[in-house]
Structure formats: structure tokens, C-alpha cells
Design a protein around this ligand. Structure first.
Ligand code: F6R
Length: 253
């Protein structure tokens, strides 16, 4: 596992964009696993800029997103589908048929989770999976639990996640209770994994996930099983606990 601690959020976003741009250039028809949330916004803005400058093209790229809220249609402004279109897909040259997310409006969880797993398999799996990390250690919407998920699952969001995500809604009560999420095994099967984190609020959980026990109580700790294909890029604030406890394990920029 390589861990880069960047000076600022902008530096983190540029370094992450370099990583993704390399993947896109070397394999123009890559399957990219993508994430929502505030963490990747700077990365997406950077990719949009590089696409506009013709440094990269998404013409043959295929994407699969990690998750989607249950009960929201893709055109709902709170949906992850809407988020992805507004922040990335509508601003780069990706064909719309190449982008995929779980369908939150499908009430049949068994059918939807099976469909999404089949879809990822039919694309040949994920070349590069982008991840953020939740305050409770979740990846995708895989919340702390007593077992790691395998394929796509319907998950009940924890109070901590509802609280954290309520900043995008009118109130915590408006946050959907359930979400569809890609499973941990699917994430681990990706060719490479890029984990981003910023802000001091993530410092403790990041250190615990990367250096603590591998346990479904801290879902991101599962990344330790495939540490050779994981690259972690964080800003100074998110990296402060790792730097304090494991100074030899990181590259500080
Ligand atoms: C979103 C996702 C989540 C977020 C995590 C961090 O698609 O998969 O695991 O990455 O909740 O969210 P932010 O970036 O908003 O702190």
C-alpha cells in the first residue's frame, strides 16, 4: 500500500487526477469504479479540465458507481446519479450509455442487486476503483457490520452516515434510510484501488482502517487484504494520525 500525504486538498485532487489520467491514457476503455460525496469533487473538476484541454478522453471509458440511495429516481436532485451527471458525466465526452449506477428506483432489491453484479461482470470487472471513507469507516455504503459484504447489497444507513449526509438534504429525516451498494468483494476485485480522504474528521478512522484490525466493524479495513493494489492519497489533515503513529509508512509531499 502506498500512502501519499499531500499539502492541501487541491494537491490531493491533482495527484488523484494524475493517477486516473494515467489509467485512462494507458487503457482508454477502462472500467472506472466511481464514488460520490465531497471528497472527489476536486478530482472530478480536475478531470473535467483535462478533458476540455484534450489531455484525456472518456470516449471509450465505462463507469460503475459504488452506490445509490433507495427510493430516488435518477433525475432526483439528491440522487447519486444526478450528482455524477452534474459533476462529471455531463462535463466530459463520455457516451451516456457507458455510465452505470445501481437503480435506486427499483424496489425489488433481489433483482436490482443481482442485475448490478451481472452488469459489472459483463463489463469484465473494474480496472480502477475510486473510494472515499465514511466517518464510521464505511466504503461505498458498506456500513460497520458483523460480516463483510460480497456482491451488491441493500444496506440500512447508520445514524452517523445519515447525520453526515444530511448536509445535502433539507433535514436528517429527508435522508433515505436505505441504499444499494457495491459489495466489498467486488471492490477488492478491482485491478487497482485509489482511496482519497481529506479533513481532520477522517484522520482517526483512516489510521484505524489502514493499520488496525481487519474487521467488518471498520469496513475499510478490508483493503488491507489487497494492500499491494491500494494507493491512498490524502491531505495533511486527514493524514495527521497516520503520520504521527507510522511516520515511516508514508510519503509526505
Ligand atoms: C459515496 C461513497 C461513500 C463516501 C463516504 C465519504 O459514493 O461511496 O462511501 O465516499 O461517505 O463521503 P464524503 O466524501 O462526503 O466525506
Amino acid at each position: 500500500m502506498t500512502i501519499h500525504i499531500c499539502k492541501t486538498y487541491q494537491d490531493m485532487s491533482r495527484r488523484a487526477a494524475d493517477f486516473m489520467a494515467a489509467q485512462i491514457t494507458l487503457k482508454p476503455d477502462s472500467v472506472l469504479g466511481l464514488a460520490t460525496g465531497s471528497t472527489p469533487l476536486g478530482l472530478y473538476a480536475e478531470l473535467v479540465k483535462r478533458c476540455a484541454g484534450k489531455q484525456i478522453s472518456f470516449r471509450s471509458i465505462r463507469t460503475v458507481n459504488l452506490d445509490e440511495y433507495c427510493g430516488l429516481t435518477p433525475d432526483d436532485e439528491q440522487s447519486y446519479s444526478y450528482f455524477m451527471h452534474r459533476n462529471l458525466f455531463d462535463r466530459v465526452d463520455i457516451p451516456k450509455e457507458n455510465v452505470h449506477l445501481p437503480d435506486g428506483s427499483n424496489p425489488d432489491a433481489a433483482a436490482e442487486t443481482a442485475r448490478y453484479d451481472r452488469l459489472i461482470e459483463s463489463l469484465g470487472g473494474i480496472d480502477l476503483q475510486l473510494l472515499g471513507i465514511g466517518h464510521d469507516g464505511h466504503i461505498g455504503f458498506n456500513e460497520p457490520s458483523d460480516a463483510f459484504s460480497v456482491g451488491t447489497v441493500k444496506i440500512r444507513l447508520t445514524d452517523s452516515t445519515v447525520e453526515a449526509n444530511s448536509r445535502f438534504f433539507s433535514s436528517p429525516e429527508a435522508v433515505p434510510e436505505y441504499a444499494y451498494s457495491m459489495g466489498c468483494r467486488t471492490i477488492l476485485n478491482a485491478g487497482r484501488i485509489l482511496l482519497l480522504a481529506n479533513g481532520s474528521g477522517k484522520a482517526g478512522i483512516l489510521e484505524k482502517a489502514l493499520f488496525g484490525a481487519v474487521t467488518p466493524e471498520v469496513p475499510a479495513s478490508v483493503l488491507q487484504l489487497v494492500s499491494d493494489k491500494v494507493t491512498v492519497v490524502v491531505d495533511r489533515e486527514a493524514g495527521e494520525e497516520i503520520l504521527r503513529k507510522h511516520p515511516g509508512a508514508v510519503t509526505v509531499e
